[in-house]
Design a protein around this ligand. Structure first.
Ligand SMILES: C[S@@+](CC[C@H](N)C(=O)[O-])C[C@H]1O[C@@H](n2cnc3c(N)ncnc32)[C@H](O)[C@@H]1O
Length: 298
């Protein structure tokens, strides 16, 4: 079965249905996005690229017979906009530099709104940012701000392929968000600021150095947990306890109080109790049959 718009097979389509993806190189990242979001047959419709790799994207476009343009050159209909902020964000020294960049993106996306074809996509690639002792969730902020102009359809996490899947050493540069927006019947193209305190509170609240996440937990890794047991499969998204345990042990001390407000089957509680912490939680549904006395140490 091949999709009529981009002529991708269901196998090629699959990575785009997941909430995270691996990629080997920028070339692959760009070409996968162009292939997925652009029409298969050559057309007058262009792709707008904003970022530091125009030459690469443009040459990939040539191979795919897709015309890639920049903010200074575009004219006519746009079938896709790819905004790559990864490198620029890595060089940012404080929040005010991000706000300047954000304003630039908002202004660009406002300007091109009328040129975007109805129901076509904008992709923004960007990481959150770890400064010396602050964690700034810039991608979350950008998602909220841009969603006042275009409909936010998806957020994925992109991870640079480590080749050796057991390798845990990596830098945060290799992990970023891939935000997907669409111009559609629910969008207006008009920016209205999204007021929240994610960035302000990150500014005020310094991370204790000894608890800084990057020092303790690899940027990304692949866990190979034991298969889920029969009663665990009842929940569609049960986490392996090994995963929770890693964060609990690295980031908390014994006897700490641990709350998981979306407990599901209680993996966090089981891991907390097994590692000598106190466990608390809430859960909307009745997924807790597995949290039986046998899970809990004496
Ligand atoms: C991804 S699952 C968590 C799985 C869990 N970590 C485990 O290993 O079983 C998210 C859970 O959050 C629950 N949930 C969603 N909204 C909630 C809310 N407002 N209050 C409490 N639980 C909620 C869902 O029912 C679901 O079981």
């Amino acid at each position: 079965m091949v999709n009529r718009f981009n002529r991708l097979t269901s196998k090629e389509w699959l990575p785009f249905q997941k909430s995270w993806f691996k990629f080997e190189s920028d070339t692959k990242l760009y070409s996968d996005n162009l292939r997925f979001f652009c029409k298969a047959e050559p057309s007058e419709e262009k792709v707008l690229y904003f970022g530091r790799n125009f030459d690469l994207v443009s040459s990939i476009g040539k191979e795919l017979k897709i015309d890639v343009t920049t903010e200074d050159q575009y004219d006519g209909p746009l079938q896709f906009a790819l905004i790559d902020l990864r490198e620029t964000i890595q060089g940012i020294k404080d929040l005010s530099e991000y706000i300047v960049l954000r304003d630039q993106v908002i202004s660009l996306l406002g300007k091109v709104y009328r040129h975007m074809i109805h129901r076509r996509f904008v992709c923004i690639l960007m990481p959150n940012l770890q400064l010396e002792n602050q964690y700034l969730p810039l991608a979350w902020d950008m998602a909220m701000q841009i969603s006042s102009m275009y409909s936010l359809k998806d957020e994925k996490i992109g991870c640079l392929n480590l080749h050796d899947e057991n390798q845990v050493e990596s830098t945060r540069k290799d992990v970023f968000y891939s935000l997907y927006f669409r111009k559609d019947e629910n969008s207006t193209g008009i920016y209205s600021p999204h007021v929240h305190n994610l960035l302000n509170s990150a500014q005020d609240k310094k991370i204790e150095p000894q608890r800084e996440l990057t020092n303790h937990v690899p940027a990304w890794f692949i866990l190979k947990p034991a298969p889920r047991k029969k009663n665990e499969i009842l929940h569609p998204a049960k986490y392996p306890e090994e995963l929770v345990l890693m964060f609990i042990e690295k980031l908390t001390d014994k006897d700490a109080n641990i709350l998981d407000p979306m407990s599901g089957t209680g993996s966090t509680q089981v891991a907390s109790l097994k590692s000598g912490r106190n466990a608390y939680g809430t859960e909307l549904s009745s997924y807790l049959p597995r949290l039986l006395p046998k899970d809990v140490p004496n």
